[in-house]
Design a protein around this ligand. Structure first.
Ligand code: GLU
Length: 571
């Protein structure tokens, strides 16, 4: 058994490009596994997930252990003070479902809550820090809901790896060290200063060992008391005190807001791509609709024109993205508050009519939203926010249960305030800061209990027989949709293995200039795209953090984004 694994690993090792091997975590020969696999943004978090799988846990169990460690070792990106979406494929029923742990606005939220005294939207750096931007955290409720339905091990067991690391200490990873050093605004926020700076004012550096005993104590309470111990009692009181007494931008969250929060199970958004079928997250995320639309438009073009890194692929994907982002900005919001015309937006005839707007030779410029064949309100498109504080994991267990989970505190270190060892999110600034634009309401305006629009797109693709084929997702704010679409096309049309598809230089269009990540491939593409009418901007590094798993003969291969600290491990 062991020698068979080694043999396979060696065969793969000689047949795959070098950087795929470089992603191998210590102790593992190759990101190939026969039975179970974890792909996550930090090696310590991935280890916790694999430990749980080896103990007989399900993919959901492992996700809980991964999340609890991420909140410790990658707190700038996700944690129990944030929100998440989880897509789950259940091999027993062959059905895919989704769990919504998106933060909700407290009862005190108002449509114009981020406008200044003159009625103009405040800037993000001004509105984010403190209590006003904090949504009711959804991660704990969502994980508990998923665990009740799909967990195997006892809830408390899943907290053990994170509690041990928080109590014994862990080395600061490269990304956390970079983030602390680059996040100058953080040095003025007391909690970040206390946690991540030495007394002499220098930031903690990579490799320094740090503990978080407050976080360990919090996890112990949730481990023994369940989500009730988070949404009521001492932790809830501490959240309320912190939000209401924040050093800047005090908010109005109350104990009732926390006690009334509920995670939701939702139908995912699914659609065809050539012979495959994919499912992703529906509203309040725009991710699923946008990705199904982009791929729905692209399947009108032959695969030969969609080869990774080719001019035609980048151009066509940019055009399809423009059209999908235009619809996203206008029609999508929390479905409990706005009637999102999901069926109309995914209607094959409508997608055809949108694809017909694509000129294979010329950039269309700014796209406008379409008129989907389903009743919808008169709305104004919102302006798109850009932020980065998110993590994506994907896990498959021995039974074939697959999860894809994107989890976030919204911006870097969320709202920059901490409670009992964890950061609170700033997800309310994902609402349109303008509640009304051009005299029309915006679908994503703030309101009490409403969930802000997201782009998070945990995505699972199925083969022609309906069997699991691959799973992928990413952080990156609105760019998530572009990152995931590019990676899926590269794997399906280009046949790239996950690590190659994930490592590709990014090209994106968020219905604005075409964004090229600095690289040799893109240096060559830039003048050609310009000649086709694209206005091109070059960025020095994209904020993707894709993690993916693909089913192959005899097992699974995976990929982790070289732009972050992630790994893929398995057995
Ligand atoms: N808050 C963003 C969203 O829900 C994600 C932020 C990020 O990825 O950095 O779309």
């Amino acid at each position: 058994m062991r020698s068979a694994r080694l043999f396979l690993a060696l065969v793969l090792a000689v047949s795959l490009p070098l950087h795929a091997i470089a992603q191998t975590a210590p102790g593992f020969v190759h990101p190939f596994a026969k039975q179970q696999m974890v792909a996550a943004a930090n090696p310590l978090a991935a280890d916790a997930g694999l430990e749980i799988l080896r103990a007989g846990g399900s993919a959901v169990d492992a996700a809980i252990a991964v999340q609890m460690v991420l909140g410790l070792v990658e707190p700038e990106s996700s944690g129990i003070g944030g929100g998440a979406f989880m897509l789950l494929f259940n091999p027993a029923t062959r059905k895919t479902t989704s769990f919504d742990g998106r933060e909700a606005a407290p009862a005190s939220a108002r449509p114009g809550m981020f406008l200044d005294a003159g009625g103009k939207p405040r800037t993000k750096p001004d509105a984010i820090p403190g209590g006003l931007s904090v949504g009711i955290p959804g991660v704990v409720a969502m994980l508990e809901m998923a665990h009740k339905k799909h967990g195997k091990l006892p809830w408390a067991r899943l907290f053990q790896p994170a509690i041990a690391l928080a109590e014994n200490g862990f080395p600061i990873g490269p990304k956390l060290a970079r983030t602390i050093a680059n996040f100058k605004r953080g040095a003025n926020m007391p909690d970040i200063k206390a946690r991540f700076y030495h007394a002499d004012g220098t930031p903690l550096a990579q490799g320094e060992i740090t503990k978080n005993t407050d976080y360990a104590a919090t996890l112990k309470r949730i481990a023994s008391g369940g989500s009730k111990a988070f949404y009521t009692g001492e932790i809830a009181q501490a959240i309320v005190d912190k939000v209401q007494g924040a050093p800047v931008n005090q908010g109005g969250m109350t104990l009732a807001d926390l006690a009334n929060f509920a995670a939701l199970e939702r139908e995912p958004v699914c659609g065809p791509y050539r012979l495959w079928r994919l499912c992703s997250m529906g509203p309040p995320s725009s991710g699923g609709i946008a990705i199904v639309q982009i791929l729905g438009m692209l399947q009108r073009f032959p695969s030969a024109q969609l080869q990774p890194g080719s001019l035609s692929e980048v151009h066509l994907r940019a055009q399809a993205s423009r059209l999908a982002y235009a619809d996203r900005a206008k029609f999508v919001g929390d479905p409990a508050f706005v009637k999102v015309p999901i069926k109309g937006l995914l209607d094959p005839g409508y997608i055809d009519s949108r694809a017909a707007l694509i000129d294979p030779e010329k950039d269309m410029g700014t796209a406008t939203a379409g008129n989907p064949p389903e009743k919808h309100a008169a709305l104004s498109p919102q302006k798109s926010p850009v932020m980065h504080g998110t993590s994506h994991m994907t896990i498959v267990d021995k039974s074939g249960q697959v999860i894809a989970m994107t989890t976030s505190v919204e911006s870097v270190f969320g709202s920059n305030i901490m409670v009992k060892g964890f950061f609170l999110n700033n997800t309310l600034t994902d609402f349109s800061l303008d509640p009304v634009l051009n005299g029309l309401p915006v679908a994503n305006a703030a309101a009490p209990s409403k969930r802000p629009l997201s782009a998070m797109s945990p995505t699972i693709v199925f083969d022609k027989d309906g069997d699991f084929l691959l799973s992928v997702g990413s952080p990156g704010g609105p760019a998530i949709i572009g990152y995931v679409a590019q990676t899926v096309v590269a794997m399906l049309d280009g046949g790239l293995i996950p690590s190659d598809a994930i490592a590709q230089p990014r090209q994106l269009n968020l219905n604005s200039p075409t964004r090229l990540e600095k690289s040799t491939v893109n240096d060559a593409l830039a003048p050609l795209l310009t000649a086709m009418g694209h206005s091109v901007t070059v960025v020095m590094g994209e904020g993707s953090g894709l993690h993916g798993i693909k089913k192959v003969k005899g097992g699974y291969i995976g990929g982790a984004d070289p732009r972050r600290d992630g790994v893929v491990i398995g057995d």
